[in-house]
Design a protein around this ligand. Structure first.
Ligand code: SF4
Ligand code: SF4
Length: 196
């Protein structure tokens, strides 16, 4: 008899918890009032209530680097607390200008603290408003902005161009500073404050 009572008690508790749960879900199912509107959104349906425009003005989404402006100074990778920016540079087309061959941001590790963007002196780094990063492989969350390694031909061309620039600068200095240059300037009628 006590076994039967136990059984009935368990069925009763099951029904009780079911109705307690329904007290929360039922109003949503029947749309009881404005307080019980549907809140579930289909994903990845981008035409839903939440759009990037709905995000707070200073929202920190995925990081983007304008590699044309990036100087390769590495301030961002040095400040990143979890080392998720990997940079490799080579001597660039001009003296003291780096060629940013590799610039990878691992968004799988990034905690979107914004430190890298804050310290970037050229403002090439920014947080976008993009937040949808569903991928099948973790490695796909690594975003690459680098220009790729410079080829031998590129390096040879840069070297030739740099030599030509150096020769022009030397010639200009001679024209401006030597006595012969001064005489040439005088004959050419170049004003002293416009030597070029
Ligand atoms: S946002 Fe923070 S964690 Fe992410 S790359 Fe920048 S410094 Fe690193
Ligand atoms: S701090 Fe800015 S300019 Fe310097 S390497 Fe990073 S992104 Fe490039």
């Amino acid at each position: 008899m006590s076994g039967f009572k136990d059984y009935v008690g368990k069925v009763w508790r099951g029904c009780e918890t079911l109705f307690m749960a329904l007290r929360t879900t039922l109003p949503y199912m029947i749309g009881a009032s404005n307080n019980y509107k549907e809140v579930t959104e289909e994903y990845p349906d981008r035409v839903s209530a939440r759009m990037p425009e709905d995000l707070p003005p200073r929202y920190r989404g995925f990081i983007h680097n304008d590699i044309e402006v990036c100087s390769g100074c590495r301030y961002c990778s040095d400040v990143c607390p979890i080392d998720c920016i990997h940079i490799e540079t080579e001597p660039g087309p001009e003296r003291n200008v780096s060629w940013v061959a590799v610039f990878d941001v691992d968004h799988a590790r990034c905690m979107f603290c914004g430190l890298c963007v804050e310290v970037c002196p050229t403002k090439s780094l920014e947080h976008t408003r993009e937040y949808q990063g569903s991928v099948f492989r973790l490695n796909d969350l690594v975003q690459s902005y680098g220009r790729g390694y410079a080829t031998r031909e590129m390096k040879a061309r840069w070297s030739t161009e740099q030599k030509a620039r150096d020769a022009r600068a030397e010639e200009q200095a001679w024209f401006e500073q030597s006595p012969v240059g001064a005489e040439l300037r005088r004959r050419m009628g170049v004003p002293e404050d416009d030597k070029k």
